[in-house]
Design a protein around this ligand. Structure first.
Ligand code: URA
Length: 209
């Protein structure tokens, strides 16, 4: 009988494929290493950021710099530990000088992000910032309006949030992010209690949960 591969092994294969296909060689050449993702492959919640920064590039782990420390604080407030969740980014190599990833870079890494989510099968995907909301949810959403509202799209529930780095030095955005973050346990409890039922989808395919 064929050996069943674990989720960790399947994730490792995705990482190997990024290397084998040499995705975004220019980014790879400028980066110290790939930042693929970190955490529990059986997580109920996956957080998706934008791209690694300097500290992440140095350590090979997502969200370990200033924005990561803030993320840890909020995880703590929501009663979650880093080891309970899985954290990754759209783009897996640090863009030079922390510039925003280009559309073609996001597009090149998107199939790998989708594979990661397919393997982990989280109950909830939390998008951190505009970039990950835009690649995973239908066009036309504005983070200023959609943040903190859980939505179902193509059989997956998403919670768009502001990016911790954007909220770090903006007090009102920081409080909004903390408040939105505090909804995560309630969203999970709702999803666990209700199974997969959702409201009626609108023309974009989004449904309130
Ligand atoms: N910002 C991101 O979007 N991702 C990280 O890993 C760190 C900072």
């Amino acid at each position: 009988m064929a050996k069943q591969t674990t989720k960790l092994e399947q994730l490792e294969k995705i990482k190997e494929k990024i290397i084998k296909d040499d995705i975004c060689p220019e980014l790879r050449k400028g980066a110290k290493q790939m930042v693929f993702g970190d955490g529990n492959p059986d997580a109920e919640v996956v957080f998706v950021g934008e791209a690694p920064g300097k500290s992440e590039d140095e350590q090979g782990l997502p969200f370990v710099g200033a924005a990561g420390r803030f993320l840890d604080e909020m995880l703590n407030l929501a009663g979650l530990k880093r080891s309970d969740v899985y954290i990754t980014n759209i783009v897996k190599y640090r863009p030079p000088n922390n510039r925003d990833p280009y559309p073609d870079e996001k597009a090149a890494f998107l199939p790998f992000l989708k594979k990661q989510l397919e393997i982990i099968k989280p109950k909830l995907v939390v998008t951190l910032g505009r970039h990950s909301m835009e690649v995973l949810l239908p066009p036309g959403l504005r983070i200023s309006q959609s943040h903190g509202q859980p939505k179902r799209y193509k059989d997956q529930v998403y919670l768009p949030l502001f990016h911790p780095a954007a909220a770090l030095y903006n007090n009102s955005m920081r409080q909004t992010l903390v408040d939105d973050f505090a909804r995560i346990p309630r969203v999970l409890a709702l999803l666990n209690a209700r199974g997969s039922r959702a409201g009626k989808a609108d023309s974009t395919g989004l449904a309130a949960i």
